[in-house]
Ligand binder design. Structure first.
Ligand SMILES: [Zn+2]
Length: 303
């Protein structure tokens, strides 16, 4: 079975938080049967003033060390994912890394980046974060970045983006958007989670959503177990997302993990939870990885 995960902060941890111990290791990914782990280049928490480009480059250097010393292998296309092999997809989190310059999009594309979260929790050249509740949409400069992303078939990731920006992308972007690490607001009322209307719109537009494993996005009291991950996936499926949902763990970017799913080694516990709810093997394979690859096919990737 091909298993994909669309968000972890392991490269930031390795490059900029050396005192921490990452849970996303080659050993854990192999143990969990992971096929494609997305590793993000995170802009850092200081936004446009925090040297986001330099931080991303430090994280990219950390990835190159993993390639050289530990055999991590990057894909050029997500469709290179295969059962039984662990491969890495690179993404960006925080569009301030592009510094408002479309040429930077191509620069990161050439390094292997195939997905970019337009904002983190700060306003940048592209738009506004969900945090803070701004009602302003995508900025004119943001559309220039988005146009270049669409040309390169780079996924536009709405996780962390505000609602006005989200609806701008649904209505006006030439490619279907996605949310790499977001949960359902109906089950846990947090500004980072998606409303039922947003989930339905993502389905209708041909997008994709990766359910986040952060206990405080899964349950307001933070007392989450692997069963809560299953509940959020099931809720999205009830809204029609059976072919549009999967995993966006956020491992190594969250201070705590749900009981029973503490690292990529435990990912099969979610599959088991879906089985217990009566999901067919075909539906489980869709959620585990096929839906994510089909999303990239809709962006125009063929191999
Ligand atoms: Zn994030």
């Amino acid at each position: 079975m091909i298993i994909c995960d669309t968000h972890c902060d392991t490269l930031y941890m390795r490059a900029l938080q050396p005192q921490e111990t990452p849970c996303v290791t080659m050993e854990a990914m192999r143990a969990g049967g992971m096929s494609l782990q997305t590793c993000t280049l995170f802009a850092g928490s200081q936004g446009v003033n925090g040297q986001p480009y330099q931080k991303a480059m430090a994280e990219y250097a950390a990835f190159e060390r993993l390639e050289r010393d530990e055999g991590w292998q990057k894909v050029n296309s997500p469709l290179e994912a295969e059962d039984g092999k662990v491969k890495i997809l690179l993404s960006v989190e925080g569009g301030e890394i592009f510094e408002g310059n479309p040429a930077r999009v191509q620069e990161f594309y050439e390094r292997g980046v195939r997905m970019a979260a337009l904002t983190w929790n700060n306003e940048n050249e592209i738009g506004f974060p969900a945090k803070g509740g701004s009602r302003e949409g995508i900025k004119p400069q943001g559309w220039e970045i988005l146009k270049e992303m669409a040309r390169l078939r780079m996924a536009a990731d709405t996780s962390h983006l505000n609602e006005a920006g989200f609806w701008d992308l649904i209505d006006r972007h030439s490619q279907p958007p996605m949310a790499s690490h977001s949960c359902a607001k109906a089950l846990c009322d947090h500004f980072r989670n998606l409303s039922d209307d947003q989930i339905r719109a993502m389905v209708k537009r041909g997008g994709w959503i990766g359910v986040n494993f952060y206990p405080y996005f899964l349950r307001s009291d933070g007392q989450a177990t692997v069963e809560d991950i299953v509940c959020h996936i099931d809720h999205m499926c009830q809204l029609g997302a059976q072919k549009h949902v999967g995993f966006g763990s956020d491992f190594d970017g969250i201070g705590c993990t749900p009981v029973g799913c503490e690292s990529p080694a435990k990912i099969s516990a979610i599959l088991e939870g879906l089985r217990c709810r009566g999901y067919s093997e075909a539906a489980i394979e869709d959620i585990a990885g096929r839906n994510f690859l089909d999303y990239y096919r809709r962006l125009g990737w063929t191999a």
